[in-house]
Ligand binder design. Structure first.
Ligand code: NAD
Length: 479
């Protein structure tokens, strides 16, 4: 069986077929999936455009019911969906199930938001006139997702898009069509009118680019790499489409002399290596004050060497495989770059053999200088480096010395230092005595500088992107 696109309320065969494989066991095929060309993508866009008015004028109650039903089903099936996620993407089963649950919670949250679409009423500066400020849907939105959160990221784009009355063309990443398809299958049974939600699978160059270029697509929400994000920004700006980009990170975790050592090491291990380091919020730069540096490094190395890397579905696995051969090669290449530019290798960074053939690699730890490439460029794998800082002020300067600005963490027992860091870290999200990765679903997500562009995702702030504001003046004298 080949899994099909969902276009205009029907399941459609693709122009070609792609295979999704399990990175823990390359002999295990997750499925065969339809792939679209530009013409098929345009059909889906047209369907969304034709459906936009009916959904834009649907009642909040109707939107609530649809989104609530989707959330309820995802939560009821979180174990099965989490298993699929772990099988297809390679994060461990508890992480997969946790992500599936989060996707369900996101739909539930936006079900409620559909009932609370904000507006304002003000008196005019002129006599006898009232002013209403209301939010209306943007129209057709193209949603382009990465592979690393194959349920949660689509959920945090699709749910607000539908809650605020938009119609959707969703393109999952090529490595994880199974998760995108499973989500679409649930959405297809939620009672949406045909064409309001469409799933189109295939390549970024073909499906993604067609979405970016189509004059019928009013807004593009993209999460992925910096290079692709920049090209999308140019394409969208050229035809004045609304655009939102969430891109890379090189997130610092600052460890101060007064930090609780075990907590700091725990934050570093979780932030750097869990989900195989394949998180835009991963802490790949561990900036450690001189007074605690040697103790921290000794303990972190012990913990890193003890991490269990194995099949994502195996009980006891702490680190699953890398998602693909190409990503594995990139991770291993960065380990070589680290060594060749003089960073001190402490452990890991080796290809591992397990019972099944998969993309296994041991988590790597280096002592690096701030100018080293492994300390500056996003690797997106289980590779972290420790950078020594002379003082808190030096650590803060190092933390901010990056083109990225997604997330930053600090481990300290000083309220004054934590407060100072929260105010001065040049990022969209700050963590105190917590790993840099791991966020709530009901508050804004996003960064600054090279990490993000446009309004924040998630929480009530999602309304900024998925709605457009209308100001209406009424002369009360006519009433
Ligand atoms: P990617 O940029 O390669 O692909 C992301 C999506 O864009 C995929 O669906 C892909 O098919 C599509 N795409 C590729 N070329 C395109 C084009 N020319 N036009 C339109 N769409 C195109 O990223 P990836 O490898 O899937 O994900 C990893 C990256 O995502 C990392 O850099 C990571 O930091 C980033 N990421 C960021 C966040 C965040 O919120 N900041 C979250 C997760 C991942």
């Amino acid at each position: 069986m080949t899994f099909k696109h969902y276009i205009n309320g029907r399941w459609e065969t693709g122009v070609t077929i792609g295979v999704s494989e399990n990175p823990s066991d390359l002999a295990d095929v997750v499925g065969e999936f339809a792939r679209a060309d530009a013409a098929q993508t345009e059909t889906a866009i047209r369907a969304a455009a034709d459906a936009r008015d009916s959904w834009a004028h649907s009642t909040p109650q109707r939107r609530f019911e649809v989104l609530d039903a989707i959330g309820t089903e995802i939560l009821a099936r979180k174990d099965e969906l989490g298993r699929l996620l772990s099988r297809e993407e390679g994060k461990t089963l508890p992480e997969g199930v946790g992500e599936a649950a989060r996707a369900g919670q996101i739909f539930k949250f936006f079900a409620g938001e559909a009932l609370r679409i904000p507006g304002e009423r003000l008196a005019s500066v002129r006599p006898g006139i009232d002013v209403d400020v209301t939010r209306e849907p943007v129209g057709v939105v193209g949603l382009i997702a990465p592979w690393n959160f194959p349920l949660a990221i689509p959920a945090w784009k699709i749910a607000p898009a539908l809650a605020y009355g938009n119609s959707v063309v969703f393109k999952p990443a090529e490595l994880v069509p199974g998760c995108g398809w499973a989500l679409a299958e649930i959405i297809s049974r939620s009672g949406l009118p045909a064409g309001v939600f469409n799933l189109v699978m295939g390549s970024g160059r073909m499906v993604g680019q067609t979405l970016v270029d189509s004059p019928l697509v009013d807004a593009i929400s993209f999460t992925g790499s910096v290079g692709v994000g920049e090209s999308i920004l140019k394409g969208a700006a050229e035809r004045r489409a609304k655009v939102q980009l969430e891109m890379g990170g090189k997130n610092p975790l600052v460890v101060c002399n007064d930090a609780d050592l075990e907590r700091a090491v725990d934050c570093a291990v979780q932030g750097a290596y869990f989900s195989t380091g394949q998180r835009c919020t991963a802490s790949s730069r561990l900036i450690v004050e001189a007074g605690i540096h040697d103790r921290f490094v000794r303990r972190l190395r012990e913990r890193t060497e003890a991490l269990v890397t194995d099949h994502a579905l195996k009980r006891g696995t702490e680190i699953g495989p890398v998602v693909s051969q190409a990503q594995l090669e990139q991770d291993l290449a960065y380990v070589e770059i680290g060594r060749s530019e003089g960073a001190e290798w402490l452990c890991g960074g080796e290809r591992l053999k397990r019972d099944t053939e998969g993309h296994y690699m041991s988590p790597a730890l280096f002592l690096a200088q701030p100018e080293h490439r492994i300390a500056r460029e996003e690797i997106f794998g289980p590779v972290a480096c420790v950078i020594r800082a002379d003082s808190y002020e030096h650590a803060l300067a190092l933390a901010n010395d990056t083109p990225f600005g997604l997330c930053a963490g600090i481990c300290t027992t000083s309220l004054a230092q934590a407060t100072h860091f929260k105010r001065h870290a040049q990022v969209g999200m700050v963590m105190v005595n917590l790993p840099t990765a791991g966020v709530d679903f009901h508050v804004p997500f996003g960064g600054r500088k090279g990490s993000s562009y446009g309004p924040r995702e998630q929480g009530r702030y999602a309304a900024e992107f998925y709605t457009t504001v209308k100001t209406a003046y009424t002369h009360a004298g006519l009433a």
